[in-house]
Each structure stands twice: as C-alpha cells, then as structure tokens.
Design a protein around this ligand. Structure first.
Ligand SMILES: [Zn+2]
Ligand SMILES: [Zn+2]
Length: 241
C-alpha cells in the first residue's frame, strides 16, 4: 500500500519522499532527505521522559506520564534540509541540567516542542533520534517505519511497571520485546549491538541545501535547560550515572 502510494505521489517527478518532524503549533518543520528510519526502540530513560515533559509543557500523553508506554524513539539520519531564516529563528539548542550532557537537543521556541536529540557519545556523526509517540505535541512523518525491536533503560522504571509492559505485550502479540535494564552494562549484547550497527549507517542522501544536525547546532547558541519536572523522575528506582 505504502509503496503504491509513494510511486503515485512521485509519478512524473523524481523528487524523493522526505521525512518531516513538526512542532505542535505547526510553525516549524524539520525536513529530512532520508524518510526511512534506521531503527526503532522504546526508551524508559529519565532524560527521554524529561524531554517529553518539557516538550509537552508538563502534559505528555497519559500512557507516557503513567509509565505504561516508553518514549518511542525513531533513529533517523542526522541530515536535514537547511531551515529557512524564519524557521531558524525559532530553533533553540539545549542540554538538560548541565553543559557536559551528551545529548544535544533541538526545540521549537514557538510552542516548546522538543524536535530531536543527538547523543554526542553514541549517535554521531550519522544519526539522531526523534520521538514518535508524542502526538499532538510533536508530529513525525516517515516512510517504511520499522517495528520497535526492544526497550532500553528499564532500570529507570519501577520493576512492576516494566513487568506490566512485558505482560501486556505478551498478551497482545504473543511475545514481549527484550528489555535492556542498563544499556551501559549491555553494550556487547546482541540487541544493543544491533542499535550500534544501525547508528553507524552513513546519512544518505545529502542533497544540496542539506546540513548535518551538528552543523545546524553550531549556528545556534546552546542553553542549559534547568526546567525540571519532578514527575518525570519521581518513580525512578535507579538514576542514570
Ligand atoms: Zn532515553
Ligand atoms: Zn511550534
């Protein structure tokens, strides 16, 4: 279905389908030359949750706030079409809490939507992550979106919440996805190695007029976000180190 739709929409016109990430008020859209995500997984980490609280002005979708659903991460190329000056003026780079945080986050100042994040230790230089289940606060539009493969950082969730997630999945699809309790302790395990492999795939294409996420961020000032939603960390059994 999707393929038919694509060939129709590009008939007589060679322009490839692009991916988009749009803020909640619709003023800012990031356009990615490659519409196909590299990998998809759910993340239970406090930083993803904190970003969701910030981007949703303290009111993330209920299942996320109740820790029934992790943040649905799409790993996509860190290559985007250069925003026009109007959109550029509405973009802001921030880090959570301290300047040496590994995650560089981009948000739209018009409405506060957090658009995407790049981890300087793990994602660079080809990949960044965006958030697939924050509608209506953030709208991702990508093609051939893969199935989610696993959940990471369940150490940041109460044990009973992670167990309930697995039980719901087992009931609905016959099998629960793997849960990685602590990513740093599982770097050589197959599911994490699969993410690492996906992150290494070079961004392609890189058409004229496109820039990397890092290049975009270089042109913007980085602010430290101290806004803190206690709700996003209140349940945490084990803080990130
Ligand atoms: Zn996370
Ligand atoms: Zn906006």
């Amino acid at each position: 279905m999707e393929r038919e739709h694509l060939s129709e929409s590009t008939a007589g016109n060679a322009a490839p389908r692009m991916g988009t990430i749009t803020c909640s008020c619709g003023t800012v859209t990031l356009t990615l030359p490659n519409a196909v995500p590299k990998f998809r997984c759910g993340c239970c980490c406090t930083d993803c949750l904190q970003r969701a609280y910030l981007g949703c002005k303290g009111h993330p979708p209920e299942a996320i706030g109740n820790l029934e659903e992790p943040i649905d991460l799409l790993y996509v190329d860190s290559q985007l079409m250069k925003p026009d000056p109007e959109a550029l003026a509405k973009l802001e780079v921030f880090k959570l809490n301290k300047p040496d945080e590994a995650n560089v986050n981009l948000r739209a100042t018009c409405c506060g939507s957090v658009l995407c994040t790049e981890n300087e230790a793990f994602h660079v230089p080809h990949t960044m992550a965006t958030f697939n289940n924050l509608r209506p606060f953030l709208a991702c539009d990508f093609a051939e979106v893969p199935a989610s493969r696993l959940y990471v950082w369940t150490s940041h969730w109460p044990v009973e919440k992670a167990k309930a997630l697995a039980a719901r999945e087992a009931a609905s699809r016959g099998e629960a996805l793997p849960q990685i309790f602590n990513v740093m302790e599982a770097l050589t395990e197959a599911p994490i190695a699969a993410i690492a492999e996906a992150l290494k795939i070079e961004a392609s294409p890189k058409p004229e007029g496109s820039i990397s996420f890092a290049e975009l961020c270089e042109s913007l000032e980085t602010m430290i976000e101290h806004g803190y939603y206690v709700e996003s960390r209140a349940h945490v059994a084990h803080e990130a180190t």
